[in-house]
Design a protein around this ligand. Structure first.
Ligand code: AQP
Length: 330
């Protein structure tokens, strides 16, 4: 079976976008791939963070991954920080990477600006793509599915792996870049020009996986639409009607339908928002029920992640060992 690695960063509380765009696909992959699914807690420390909040968010993400259907019998679930090879290999790759190529990373440039420039941005923000390369190379996936925002980082991963192999010997499997099947790309309900993000500054347009039905209804009720009152106001046209199209896509993704079909069943914006609320509540209900059960037994969740970490230590140890030996250590 193919090998698959996916990480979710606890940089905020998980959103419906994370569920529809990532977790659902991870659940499906469990049946046909050897899966490693991680909470990338180290990646949540590249910008200002609060220790207690990080711990709490990591715990919540770990529990929600199970609540969404990830199954420790079929996939290995772990926290990145509990598998020392990630940082161990990252250093060896830092000795392979060049400051020039890291300086060119678009995400670094953007996030450095947001963090207040060179005197506010952490060094880990600069080296983050190298840690990501280590995350990937340790698990030897044949391919990495990437959206546009991560493409440059996976290209760097390939460059580093090829350079290391050329300089020191064939240690790494160089992953192919895979264009993922079009997954739902949810936008912020309050600002449909941006994607729904767990680290968004305002919560108003972000549906969290643990939002109760009243909160879902309120956020969808206030979702931005437009002032079109024509007979065909409810239609899928992402350029002219981003807010309405986002709601149509949201319902389609939740119900396994198409935006056009959804539009056919919703004559007004009010009807569309009612459909959207019902669809989201039905998707969240089983996740929240399962989350409630899991949250009552945090020890059992911890045991799943401890077992996953042990499995990952076994899996990654030989790769790190080979890289250390090749580069001249030990
Ligand atoms: N709005 C979205 N629609 C569909 N999929 C989404 N994903 C994120 N937002 C949406 C997918 O969820 C996974 C999470 O990956 P990540 O934790 O590495 O963070 P991210 O991609 O940067 O997601 P966020 O929620 O926007 O987090 P922040 O705010 O920290 O940047 C990925 O598979 C992503 O595609």
């Amino acid at each position: 079976p193919p090998r698959k690695l996916s990480l979710i960063t606890p940089s905020g509380r998980l959103t419906l976008g994370n569920h529809l765009g990532a977790l659902r696909g991870m659940v499906a992959a469990q049946d046909h791939a050897t899966c490693f699914f991680g909470v990338s807690d180290l990646h949540a420390m590249t910008t200002a963070h609060d220790p207690a909040e990080l711990r709490e968010r990591s715990r919540e993400v770990a529990t929600l991954m199970l609540a969404c259907g990830l199954d420790p019998e079929r996939a290995t679930l772990f926290r990145q920080s509990e598998v020392p090879a990630h940082t161990g290999l990252a250093y060896l790759l830092e000795c392979t990477a060049l400051t020039g190529e890291l300086s060119r990373m678009i995400q670094f440039k953007e996030k450095r600006r947001q963090a207040g420039g060179a005197t506010g941005a952490r060094a880990s923000l600069f080296t983050y793509p190298v840690l990501m390369a280590a995350d990937i190379l340790l698990y030897r996936p044949e391919a990495v599915p990437v959206g546009d925002d991560q493409r440059q980082h996976v290209e760097l991963t390939r460059d580093l792996a090829l350079r290391f192999n050329r300089s020191y010997g064939p240690v790494f499997t160089v992953p192919e870049i895979e264009v993922p099947p079009v997954a739902a790309r949810l936008r912020d309900l309050a600002d449909p020009t941006r994607k729904m993000s767990k680290s968004a500054v305002s919560d108003a347009g972000v549906i969290r996986l643990l939002d109760d039905p009243a909160t879902v209804r309120r956020k969808i009720g206030r979702a931005v639409t437009d002032s079109d009152t024509g007979p065909d106001a409810v239609r899928h046209d992402p350029v002219a009607k981003p807010g309405v199209s986002n709601l149509l896509e949201l319902v389609a993704a939740c119900t396994g339908s198409s935006p056009e079909a959804v539009a056919g069943g919703a004559p007004t914006y009010g009807a569309l928002k009612k459909l959207a609320t019902d669809a989201v509540v039905s998707v969240l209900e089983p996740v929240q029920r399962r989350y409630g059960e899991l949250a009552r037994d945090p020890g059992a969740v911890e045991e799943v992640y401890a077992a996953g970490a042990r499995r990952c230590v076994e899996e990654t140890g030989p790769v790190l060992y080979a890289a250390r030996a090749a580069i001249g250590l030990g």
